[in-house]
Ligand binder design. Structure first.
Ligand SMILES: [Ca+2]
Ligand SMILES: [Ca+2]
Length: 426
């Protein structure tokens, strides 16, 4: 009987919705798909910007070839819910010339998908004007751009998923002034255009979830939180860094080459959670912490993370350390920093190796020389993490399930590092 009632409801409600749509049809315009191709006669438009000038809210612009479009694009405030995408299987290139290749001015709910974005005089994609909310950038490639790949600020909220950032003069993704962003399953690579500013992800007074990304050979740091200007308003931000592989930072500037840089000041209050990452071969520090005097509200917690092989070859290595500026107090930073159940190569600063479940030694990666930082079968990181620390997620950097009983002792414990060891997958 119960099933019958729910079936009746299921039939009735869509009918009512359909009725409302029909009533409104005379006034509102249905979303359209505007096609773009360089080949004459194949699509409605032969360039993207004219399609953008024509597009209304909720419309889709679909590029249906692999053409190189030498244009700078503007998405306007009224174009709520606009989708700008490549047709599945096509890889069109947007090659800009101006200060931003794609500018989104205040429009909410915009999706950018499947584009290769290159060139320009500064940034690849920027949100300007009123806060751009519910932006989704998916399966795009940002390559050979003089400054940042994506720049978001002032309350912009976005998801950036399955994108590639390569050979940029600035950060792959730069967040400022209260942006709120999820960065999931992207690849960040270095390149000859890298400078000391070429961080993977730069976070200045913004909240961010950084989950399952690869950050490889970047010019500066992998993930850097930096301080807002002193005149900026006080912002409290949540920075969560989970399941990332970060290797070879500092390729352009070893002095800026930290895997993760955590800072805090009186107006830049960061609540940082670093869980199950693998951070290796950083030119300077694996993870650096620096909370300025007056930054007592900032916190950093690091769990289940491998940090090793940091520092210059042959130099004095420290995998985790405190920034040495005069304003940074070691005792204060230590009180605000929790490091538990991590694998750390060397830590002469915090002395964390012999306490709180932390371990050291040889991590026994599967094949570090070839960039394979999965755990080998004798790794001490297997089943050595804290299950409590991963309450919010049940997967690893490759979307394989955690928690696996990797040492076959009947106890299911999470591993340390970005990858969960599972011998049934070997
Ligand atoms: Ca395990
Ligand atoms: Ca076990």
């Amino acid at each position: 009987m119960k099933r019958l009632i729910s079936m009746v409801i299921a039939v009735t409600i869509p009918a009512a919705v359909a009725g409302d749509r029909q009533i409104g049809m005379g006034k509102s315009v249905q979303p359209r798909i505007l096609t773009v191709s360089k080949t004459p006669g194949l699509a409605t438009f032969n360039a993207i910007e004219p399609a953008l000038e024509e597009a209304a809210a909720q419309d889709t612009i679909e590029i249906i070839d692999d053409g190189v479009y030498e244009e700078d694009l503007l998405i306007r405030e009224a174009q709520t819910g606009l989708t700008l995408r490549a047709r599945t299987g096509n890889k069109p290139v947007v090659k800009g010339a101006g200060p931003s290749i794609i500018e989104i001015f205040g429009a909410e709910g915009v999706t950018i998908e499947g584009l290769r974005i290159t060139g320009g005089a500064a940034v690849g994609l920027v949100a300007t004007g009123p806060a751009v909310r519910a932006l989704r950038v998916n399966d795009c490639r940002f390559e050979t751009i003089p400054s940042a790949g994506i720049l978001l600020d002032n309350g912009d909220a976005a998801e950036i998923v399955d994108c590639t950032f390569r050979n940029l003069g600035g950060a792959g993704i730069s967040l400022r002034a209260g942006a709120d962003v999820e960065i999931t399953s992207n690849d960040f690579y270095g390149g000859p255009m890298n400078t000391s500013l070429s961080n993977g992800i730069l976070v200045e007074g913004s909240s961010v979830l950084i989950d399952r990304n690869y950050l490889i050979g970047l010019g500066g740091s992998g993930i850097a939180t930096v301080l807002q200007p002193v005149e900026a308003p006080r912002r409290e931000s949540a920075v969560t860094i989970v399941n990332n592989l970060i290797t070879g930072c500092g390729a352009a500037d070893p002095q800026e080459g930290d895997g993760i840089r955590i800072l805090g000041s009186s107006n830049t209050v960061n609540h940082v959670r670093i869980v199950n990452n693998t951070i290796v071969n950083s030119a300077r520090l694996g993870v650096g912490f620096g909370f300025e005097a007056g930054a007592i509200a900032s916190r950093a917690e690091m769990y289940n993370t491998i940090v090793t092989a940091s520092g210059p070859p042959g130099g004095v290595a420290s995998d985790i350390a405190v920034y040495s500026e005069a304003s940074v107090s070691l005792s204060q930073t230590t009180a605000q920093t929790t490091i538990r159940f991590c694998f750390i190569g060397q830590d002469p600063v915090f002395g964390s190796l012999t306490r709180d479940g932390n371990i050291t030694g040889d991590p026994k990666f599967e094949d570090a020389a070839r960039g394979n930082y999965r755990l080998g079968y004798k790794s001490p990181c297997i089943d050595a993490g804290s299950n409590e620390a991963i309450a919010d997620f049940t997967y690893d950097a490759e979307n394989s399930g955690r928690i696996f009983d990797g040492d076959s002792d009947g106890h299911y414990d999470v591993d340390i590092g970005a990858y969960e060891y599972d011998y049934t997958l070997m």
